[in-house]
Design a protein around this ligand. Structure first.
Ligand code: AMP
Length: 190
């Protein structure tokens, strides 16, 4: 099994890259943001619970997110491995993921982080908001709040994986194909 965490701030390109990499490496792509949006669209209990957090650019509480992530993994018992996109976003989530995978005799092989400066990202997100229809992409105050959440709660997750010698940072500015290549150079060694 190969399990990869694709990491980076909002707008870094995690979803775009995961889409390419899942086919290239035959991995199941789990985007917690996508799962939340699917639930919101379908007015499920989970969607209703997550909605106000997401629309304001706040993180959804850990317990809800961890339970959801584990359920998504369990839906794919035959998987060759997973690309986790947008998870873990807190230290507690990272620890929960390790404990969950350990029960399956599995582990995270590496965290690949797309490094992009915040000013570039705000512009990218506002552009994406014009087509994504996402409320959290269309309002600069909400975008700034997402970065605040990232800087105060998520950025430290890098240290968690660095301590395990599993952190690989790459430059997330460039063409989609060139960044896929940089990520692949890392994934091939894992
Ligand atoms: P994303 O599509 O990854 O940008 O996620 C969109 C929103 O979903 C985030 O701003 C959070 O509100 C919520 N979300 C996604 N993943 C997580 C997570 N791992 N922990 C908490 N909230 C999350």
């Amino acid at each position: 099994m190969k399990n990869i965490v694709l990491f980076g701030p909002p707008g870094a390109g995690k979803g775009t890259q995961a889409d390419v990499l899942k086919d290239k490496y035959n991995l199941v792509h789990i985007s917690t943001g996508d799962v939340f949006r699917y639930n919101m669209k379908n007015d499920t209990e989970l969607g209703l619970l997550a909605k106000s957090y997401i629309e304001n650019g706040n993180l959804v509480p850990d317990e809800v997110t961890i339970n959801m992530l584990e359920a998504e993994v369990e839906k794919n018992p035959q998987a060759n491995g997973f690309i986790f996109d947008g998870f873990p976003r807190t230290e507690d989530q990272a620890a929960a993921l390790d404990a969950f995978l350990a029960k399956k005799d599995a582990t995270i092989n590496g965290m690949v982080a797309l490094e992009v400066e915040e000013d570039i990202l705000v512009g990218r997100l506002l552009e994406r908001g014009k087509v994504s229809g996402r409320a959290d992409d269309q309002d600069e105050a909400k975008i700034r709040n997402r970065f605040n959440e990232y800087n105060t709660k998520t950025a430290i997750v890098k240290d968690y994986y660095e301590k395990q010698n599993k952190y690989y940072g790459i430059n997330g500015v460039g063409s989609i194909a060139s960044i896929t290549q940089l990520i692949s150079d890392v994934v091939d060694t894992l």
